[in-house]
Design a protein around this ligand. Structure first.
Ligand SMILES: C[S@@+](CC[C@H](N)C(=O)[O-])C[C@H]1O[C@@H](n2cnc3c(N)ncnc32)[C@H](O)[C@@H]1O
Length: 398
């Protein structure tokens, strides 16, 4: 994946949106413009990103566009192959059994592919959770998840509950978040001659533009100062996900016993804020085209940033979790027994065997998702080792 910065590149050549989509983007643009006006002329980048992705009824995730899969903008691991969920089932089963009467809580369940395949795989392992809770910000995606379950696992639908907020404290079970952290709004910062500035979005000459401004709150400077010092950042632009830190704190308040698996693309801090990545990691996805301009086509494209896994591990520890594992997706899936699942597939049933082999390749090859995606494992009041990290655990790199 290219990691060019936002500015300085040629305008990306993207497919033109159709009439309805364009109108939708114009409605969201008008809403963001109104909020910019009300705020006195500019909005911090993270608020722009929040509106672009989650403005009620209009944001990329909250409106009805296709998003996932071939006809959408990008493909995620649960969409690629049921092997992903089957591996996770082999990780969740011993944990759910050790906890006894425990639940699964999935954040941002996308099309519902993971919940369906995971429940289907847990049933024969005699390890179904009491309840499978889904916290999903998008009403449209909730509907799609219910449809997927009704079609693929109707007998297991009664175990699934959609939540509006985090469950109250005392949660026991396994928390899953696949590609959720990368979809949280990030603040963009610039460090130059010892000064931190924050990117803000304005409306000028009939389009959104950005500029660097003094940080709106001391929170950003406080968080960037130690990075600046320890990594000697200068003339450097990047992102920081302070919302993910608060999210982990909130999770720490409700999980009484269990495990958390955070799966996403990202790096440990020193690699994240590497000198070569001096324009950050922000990327946009529109109909399988990848480009770095978040101001284009608001509401029609996904906007994401890579995850600083060191920051996540530190926030998790502060929230009362033990950081027990960090591995590439390849090693995690292998630790969960991906090769055994493949070996059990019947090579005489050529079409499904080939589909599984192809899926396994996409999930694990370094040129595909295998190395770019990592898994961070956290536990609290749980002694059962996590099998996904048995083959290789790179916690020391965090
Ligand atoms: C890239 S999609 C991934 C969907 C799915 N997990 C998958 O792998 O196909 C990101 C998802 O995260 C959700 N999301 C982002 N922030 C969230 C939060 N704070 N709580 C719950 N869901 C969130 C979005 O609504 C969206 O469904």
């Amino acid at each position: 994946m290219s990691e060019r910065g936002i500015r300085g590149g040629a305008k990306p050549q993207l497919p033109l949106p159709e009439g309805d989509a364009l109108e939708h983007s114009q409605r969201l643009t008008a809403l963001i413009r109104r909020e910019i006006e009300l705020a006195g002329g500019e909005l911090p980048f993270d608020r722009y990103m929040e509106l672009a992705l989650y403005a009620p009824g209009l944001g990329y995730y909250t409106a009805g566009s296709r998003k996932f899969g071939k006809g959408g903008d990008f493909v995620t691991a649960p969409e690629i192959s049921p092997l992903f969920a089957q591996c996770l089932a082999r990780q969740c089963a011993p944990l759910l059994k050790a906890l006894g009467g425990a639940d699964i809580l999935e954040f941002g369940a996308g099309s519902g592919a993971l919940v369906a395949d995971l429940l289907i795989a847990l049933e024969p392992l005699d390890a179904l959770p009491e309840r499978y809770l889904i916290l999903e910000l998008s009403p449209d995606l909730r509907m799609r998840q219910r449809e997927t379950l009704t079609r693929r696992a109707p007998g297991l639908l009664s175990r699934v509950e959609w939540l509006d907020n985090l469950p109250s404290d005392g949660f026991r079970g396994v928390v899953l978040a696949n590609e959720v952290l990368d979809a949280m709004p990030v603040q963009r910062f610039r460090v130059a001659v010892g000064e931190v500035s924050e990117e803000v979005v304005r409306w000028e000459d009939e389009r959104f533009v950005t500029r660097w401004a003094a940080p709106a709150s001391p929170e950003l400077s406080d968080a960037v100062a130690p990075l600046m010092e320890s990594l000697s950042l200068d003339d450097y632009e990047s992102e920081i996900n302070l919302r993910a830190v608060s999210w982990l704190q909130a999770l720490g308040e409700i999980v009484s016993a269990g495990a958390v698996l955070l799966i996403d693309y990202g790096y440990p801090r020193a690699e994240y804020y590497h000198p070569q990545r001096d324009r950050g990691t922000l990327m946009c996805y529109y109909r399988h085209h990848t480009h770095p301009d978040p101001l284009l086509l608001p509401g029609l494209q996904d906007i994401t940033a890579h995850v600083d896994f060191t920051a996540m591990a530190e926030a998790a520890q502060q929230a009362g979790f033990s950081v027990v594992g960090y591995a590439t997706q390849t090693y995690f899936l292998m630790g969960c027994g991906l090769d055994q699942l493949l070996a059990a597939s019947d090579p005489n049933d050529l079409p499904s065997h080939m589909a599984l082999v192809q899926g396994a390749k996409r999930l694990t090859l370094p040129s595909e998702m295998g190395e770019r995606f990592k898994v961070l494992g956290l536990t609290r009041n749980l002694d059962t080792p996590l099998v996904g990290f048995a083959m290789r655990n790179m916690c020391e790199r965090l």
